[in-house]
Structure formats: structure tokens, C-alpha cells
Ligand binder design. Structure first.
Ligand SMILES: [Zn+2]
Length: 220
């Protein structure tokens, strides 16, 4: 039986990092709505043109469109063991739509992992984040600094502080998260499939917590 997971957590909770690790070790597909959008844009499809227009004008991509993309994506063979959803669902409406898609495939959301940490911890993490301009590698001035200040260990290029990692931008995104996505925590709790992870701990410890939970579900 295929397993499907939803990951919830604010920007800075590190959920993307965990998702990649878990998807690889469990041989599950990681489906990111952002990547699906970028693929369509890159291939210059009709849908891609529509999405690009919306994104460029700062508008949200409508649920119906996202759902159709997901439906198509779930048909790929790499989803045979299941999938982890990244950046989706973001609203209760999207969560319900996802359930319908999975139901048709004889599946359901088996687990919603909520990566929670105090905002202070998350902010500290994000403010110290630096990314390589060339290869995209991410550093943290506090927990994972480059060997030479301001230079990438891998390729030697300069590091920069992304606009969306600056406090004003972060707080804006958190506000949107609280408004649109946080209700999902309650939603999945009511369904009895929510598991909250303390994301303020070290990566290794968080990974262990997640691993335990997944083992209980029969995934190793
Ligand atoms: Zn680099």
C-alpha cells in the first residue's frame, strides 16, 4: 500500500531538508508544488504561461490548477510507494481536494508531520542563513559556517543573504502561514493523523524522531 505524508511547518522549520532525507530513504516521491510550477514554466506550456503571469503579479495559483498538476504528477511511476507533499496543501480546501485524489487511488494521507519551533529559534536560524550565488549551497553562520568567511566551500563563489530570509520578509510569510495554513494543524489533529515534531532540536535528533514515527507506520 502506498503511503502519503503531509509536512507542515513555518519557513525556517527545516521541513524541506527533512523531507528530502525521508523521501530518499523511504523511496517515496517528493512532490513540491513550487517545482511543479517551475517545470510548467520551463517547458513553456499553456499552463506554465498562466502560472507565470499569476506568480509575477504576486497572485496565488488557484487550487483547481494546483490540484490538476498534482493529479498528473501522482501518475508517475516513482509514486508507486507513495509520496511526500511539499508546499501543499496550504489550505483546508486544498487538503480536501488532495483527499479526493488519493481516495480514487485507494489511498489516504497516512500522516501529517507538524514541524514546530518557537519563532525566536526560527528567526535566528533564518537570519544566519547564507546561500552560494553559484551552486546554491546553503550555510548557516552559526551552526554551519563556511570554512572561509563569505566564500562557498564547494565552489569558492560568494555567499549572499537572500531577500526572503530577511526579517521583514519572513514575518510577512509567517503571517500568511498562520492565516491560511495553520488551521490544517487542527484539521489533521481531528482526523487523528497529526504528529508534532520539536523542530528546535538539532537536525540529527529531529531526524531520529521522524524515523521512529515512520517505522511505526511500516516504513523503513
Ligand atoms: Zn558554491
Amino acid at each position: 500500500m502506498a503511503l502519503y505524508f503531509v509536512f507542515l511547518g513555518k519557513q525556517g522549520s527545516g521541513k524541506s531538508t527533512y523531507m528530502k532525507g525521508i523521501a530518499a530513504s523511504g523511496r517515496l516521491a517528493r512532490i513540491s508544488s513550487g517545482e511543479l510550477f517551475r517545470d510548467e514554466i520551463r517547458h513553456n506550456t499553456e499552463l506554465g504561461k498562466k502560472i507565470e503571469k499569476l506568480v509575477n503579479s504576486g497572485k496565488l495559483v488557484p487550487d483547481k490548477l494546483v490540484v490538476n498538476l498534482l493529479k498528473k504528477r501522482l501518475e508517475h511511476s516513482d509514486c508507486s510507494r507513495g509520496a511526500i507533499f511539499d508546499g501543499f496543501p496550504r489550505t483546508i480546501g486544498q487538503a480536501r481536494a488532495l483527499e479526493k485524489i488519493l481516495e480514487k487511488k485507494g489511498g489516504k494521507i497516512n500522516l501529517a508531520l507538524n514541524f514546530a519551533a518557537p519563532e525566536k529559534v526560527l528567526l535566528e536560524r533564518l537570519i544566519g542563513r547564507r546561500q552560494c550565488m553559484l551552486c546554491g549551497k546553503i550555510y548557516n553562520l552559526k551552526s554551519n559556517p563556511p570554512r572561509v568567511e563569505g566564500k562557498c566551500d564547494e565552489c569558492g563563489a560568494g555567499l549572499y543573504h537572500r531577500e526572503d530570509d530577511k526579517p521583514e520578509a519572513i514575518k510577512k510569510r509567517w503571517k500568511a502561514y498562520d492565516k491560511r495554513t495553520k488551521p490544517l494543524v487542527e484539521y489533521y489533529k481531528k482526523k487523528g493523523i497529526l504528529h508534532t515534531i520539536d523542530a528546535s532540536k538539532e537536525i540529527d535528533k529531529v531526524m531520529k524522531d521522524v524515523g521512529k514515527k515512520l517505522k511505526n507506520l511500516g516504513l523503513n
